[in-house]
Design a binder for this molecule. Structure first.
Ligand code: NAD
Length: 264
């Protein structure tokens, strides 16, 4: 039931954190994985490390907000793997709490009057508009091959205010949640299931690696009902579930994985 053996998988933002965990769990279960990531250096390193562990993995260095290049990247995967079965739309950014000012300085929440417009635009572009681009090309290929799975990394910040993230991040993720429901409705008839994984705090490089700072980490650990923040290993089971036949009746869902933090 958890079989993804031989599946053709794309993971955006797979050279770090949560995306790397998705890429690893798919490869560990015999899938063929292509990672798309902006950070070419880290991408090469991660692909080499995974390949050394026996993974069938390769990468393409790309900015997910580059629409023509995204179309080409998906076509290259379909050419090499013969089809595209599972796509994780995962790449995301956040500058951390507060805003970046027009001078590029970190400023406190509540200062929307001096928010740098470029900061707003870039977070919306990467975290929301690029999910549209990713889903578009996934659907283009999956319609041809008769179905597939699209799994988008949202956040509990789509549903509640989260102290760790900057202002554009929350509306971007809320947009992602609704877009996923809309796409589930549109693509269900083509055998394409579309769902969100909505993490709480996980130990990754996002938000300037803020969760790795002991004082900040302790605050988020205290918020969790099980006394710790997420390790990227924690997300692998849910990723495998949503990519596999186990979840064949699940679509349009936002599945929260946050150690119960939302209920505190
Ligand atoms: P991370 O910074 O460790 O990894 C993000 C990866 O995305 C990096 O490899 C980065 O190079 C890549 N990336 C960024 N911008 C890109 C672009 N324009 N094009 C291509 N690749 C790009 O962060 P993470 O925590 O693993 O984040 C993954 C996803 O999880 C994001 O969508 C994030 O919003 C979401 N998320 C994270 C947390 C958390 O606490 N870590 C919580 C909720 C949601």
């Amino acid at each position: 039931m958890f079989d993804v053996h031989g599946k053709s998988v794309i993971v955006t933002g797979g050279a770090s954190g949560i995306g790397r965990a998705y890429a690893e769990v798919m490869a560990e279960h015999g899938a063929r994985v292509c990672i798309l990531d902006l950070d070419a250096q880290n991408l090469d390193k991660v692909v080499a490390e995974m390949a050394a562990d026996g993974a069938d993995v390769w990468g393409q260095a790309i900015d997910v907000s580059d629409r023509p290049k995204m179309a080409e990247a998906f076509d290259k995967v379909a050419e090499r793997h013969g089809r595209i079965d599972v796509v994780f739309a995962n790449a995301g950014i956040d500058a951390g709490p507060g805003f970046l000012s027009t001078e590029g300085e970190r400023i406190a929440d509540g200062a929307i009057d001096v928010l740098d417009d470029h900061h707003w635009d870039r977070v919306i572009e990467v975290n929301l508009s690029s999910v549209y681009t990713t889903v578009k090309h996934a659907a283009r290929h999956m319609k041809r091959s008769g179905g597939g799975r699209i799994i988008v990394t949202s956040s509990i910040a789509a549903q509640i205010n989260e102290a760790i993230v900057g202002t554009p991040y929350m509306p971007a993720k809320a947009g992602v949640d609704h877009f996923v429901r809309q796409m589930a409705m549109e693509l269900g008839a083509f055998g394409i299931l579309v769902n969100c994984i909505s993490p709480g705090p996980f130990m990754t490089n996002i938000a300037g690696g803020r969760l790795k700072i002991p004082a900040d980490r302790r605050a988020f650990e205290a918020q969790s009902l099980i006394g710790r923040i997420g390790d990227t290993e924690d997300i692998k089971g849910l990723a495998l579930y949503l990519a596999s036949p186990c979840s064949s009746y699940v679509t349009g869902s936002q599945i929260v994985i946050d150690g119960g933090s939302m209920h505190r």
